[in-house]
Design a protein. Structure first.
Length: 197
């Protein structure tokens, strides 16, 4: 059974509007599972109204949307498509796969200057991260990652898992990594689209 939505924006001239002014005024539900939802806003002159809609109900909403303006004319209705995740990374110096692990990110950013804190603090430019194995006291094999840096003293290495922190010296690069993580989280939880009137 399909759930049909009807969103009607009834517009009149009174005062300025923003997205929060579009309010649900009326709901009617039928015994057949059809719903009618009416939203209303009061605007002065040209205004843009937004309505967040669930991703799985976009088809039903677009089939039944009615916009009414009793004081002027309604303009276009826009609904952005879902940008592919790969498109979210085109302006960044690494791709989505770089966020799979710390070694993947560091290898994707070879040449970047980093500052390492921990038992063996150092700073320098990333050369490479290589996975290796070591044996623990109980004889078990322990995977670990060896990071190689070019420092002022030459080539130095440390075990990634032993470091307390690794920071990118370039604040812009640090921002890029934070932006990528934010976009990834947003894409994963993005179950809605913004309909703009």
């Amino acid at each position: 059974m399909n759930r049909w939505w009807l969103a009607a924006a009834s517009l009149a001239v009174v005062g300025p509007v923003n997205a929060t002014d579009l309010s649900l005024e009326r709901i009617m539900l039928s015994s057949g599972g059809v719903g009618y939802f009416e939203y209303e806003a009061v605007v002065d002159g040209n205004a843009t109204l937004s309505l967040d809609v669930p991703l799985d109900q976009i088809d039903d909403i677009l089939k039944s949307l009615v916009v009414y303006d009793d004081g002027g004319t309604a303009g276009e209705v826009t609904l952005p498509g879902r940008e592919p995740l790969t498109q979210s990374f085109v302006d960044l110096p690494f791709d989505r796969a770089a966020l799979d692990s710390a070694p993947a990110l560091l290898n994707a950013l070879q040449g970047a200057e980093v500052r390492v804190t921990g038992a063996k603090p150092m700073s320098g430019r990333l050369l490479r991260v290589v996975e290796e194995t070591a044996r623990g006291a109980d004889g078990l094999v322990i995977p670990r990652d060896r990071v190689t840096l070019l420092t002022d003293s030459g080539i130095e290495q440390f075990i990634l898992e032993d470091a307390d922190s690794i920071a990118f010296v370039d604040p812009e690069l640090q921002k890029n990594v934070a932006a990528a993580l934010s976009r990834l989280a947003s894409h994963r939880s993005d179950g809605r689209r913004r309909l703009t009137l």
